[in-house]
Design a protein around this ligand. Structure first.
Ligand SMILES: Nc1ncnc2c1ncn2[C@@H]1O[C@H](COP(=O)(O)OP(=O)(O)O)[C@@H](O)[C@H]1O
Ligand SMILES: [Mg+2]
Length: 358
């Protein structure tokens, strides 16, 4: 079989694409690869000159300006130059863009918490008169709960709206977690690895530069003790619970690995198939009536354990085969699932009549 030539499109954060590199190295018998910095001015020339079979994307998720850069350039490379890309363009567009995701979910009639986006202070203030409490306010980019606030009084919402539109803006809360137990030991350990420490600090500075001033995003409050995280990569499905610590499940790293209900997998299969999404972590609330509501959809996501799902205590995956869900025990999430992503992309590329992905 002929080797495929792939380009890893790195973003503005130095080490962010390391797992793509590791995955490509594991498949060195099937892949040659280059890393192209999509944030540099020669991005298009380099991609053109390389005559690649496909592109491996690692969209950034820290600031709107770099998020826009990545979206725009990928749209040109895929949409205009016709290069296959993984994850798909549609997945990259909804990634780390909570306002766009809310439009996407509404347009595709996917159940989700009611969401309002206001670009005018007056419009937001009018909404305040009729809204019920509490209300969840979110910045459009930012993860780990950094841009999410639960507003419990009308005066808190008023301040939030005022801060947003007064020019002051709303920033994400990021930085070393010095209130957490063991902070000083962590710093000392990190100091031993100065490079990592400096990179972390410069990432915090980068994140803090993002201030949301143009619009406010509010969401109805959904009481919950956990979020389901359902992962789909290619035709493999996984699910576990992310448990709430304090007020949020995001960033808690507390997991529940009980057997997931099959109806949950049906829900995610249907929603990802609407636009051919192939690399997704879908975070889902269970409503009081047992219905599912989509909170987040991410094509790139962290993985803190070696597996994404246990069924009866065994790691493995579900696949939809001959009209039913079939559990297959095994180790499918190596390199934080990047190997599985790469396998999925190679399979797509190997099909001769590959349609250009949506
Ligand atoms: N509509 C909501 N109602 C109640 N809690 C919410 C709501 N949206 C988010 N949260 C809580 O806040 C956490 C962080 O919000 P999320 O939208 O997932 O942002 P992040 O990108 O920071 O993970 C979630 O894990 C959840 O526990
Ligand atoms: Mg989240």
């Amino acid at each position: 079989m002929e080797k495929k030539k792939l380009a890893i499109l790195r973003n503005e954060v130095k080490e962010d694409h390391q797992l793509w590199i590791k995955a490509c190295k594991e498949f060195s018998d099937r892949i040659d690869y280059d890393v192209i910095d999509l944030t540099k001015s020669d991005w298009m020339k380099r991609v053109r000159d390389g005559a690649y079979d496909g592109l491996l994307a690692l969209p950034g998720g820290w600031t709107t300006s770099y998020k826009t850069l990545y979206d725009e350039r990928v749209r040109i490379l895929h949409g205009e130059l016709g290069l296959p890309i993984f994850p798909t363009l549609g997945e990259i567009e909804v990634y780390e863009n909570k306002k766009y995701l809310s439009y996407w979910l509404a347009a595709n009639q996917v159940p989700h918490p009611k969401t309002w986006v206001f670009y005018q202070e007056e419009d937001a203030m009018n909404f305040l008169q009729t809204t019920t409490l509490p209300l969840v306010a979110k910045t459009s980019v930012g993860g780990g709960g950094s841009g999410v606030q639960i507003l419990k009084s009308k005066s808190a919402i008023k301040h939030y709206i005022h801060d947003t539109f007064s020019g002051h803006g709303v920033a994400q809360v990021v930085g070393p977690k010095w209130r957490k137990k063991g902070f000083f030991m962590r710093v000392i350990r990190k100091m031993k690895n100065m490079r990592e420490f400096r990179e972390k600090l410069s990432l915090y500075t980068h994140q803090r530069s993002e201030v949301q001033k143009d619009f406010a995003l509010f969401q109805e409050f959904i009481p919950h003790n956990f979020e389901w995280r359902v992962v789909r990569i290619g035709d493999s499905f996984f699910a576990h619970k992310k448990l709430v610590k304090g007020e949020m499940a995001s960033g808690s790293l507390l997991k529940g690995y009980e057997n997931p209900p099959l109806a949950l997998l049906d829900f995610v299969k249907e929603l990802t198939e609407k636009r051919g999404f192939l690399s997704q972590a879908v975070d889902i609330f269970e409503g009081a009536d047992g219905s599912y509501l989509v909170n987040e959809m991410q094509c790139i996501f962290g993985q803190s354990d070696p597996y994404q799902m246990l069924v009866d205590g065994q790691p493995g995956r579900y696949r939809w085969l001959n009209d039913s869900w079939v559990f297959e025990p095994g180790d499918f999430n190596r390199l934080e699932s990047f190997l599985l992503r790469l396998e999925c992309f190679l399979e797509i590329l190997s099909k001769k009549e590959t349609p250009v992905l949506a």
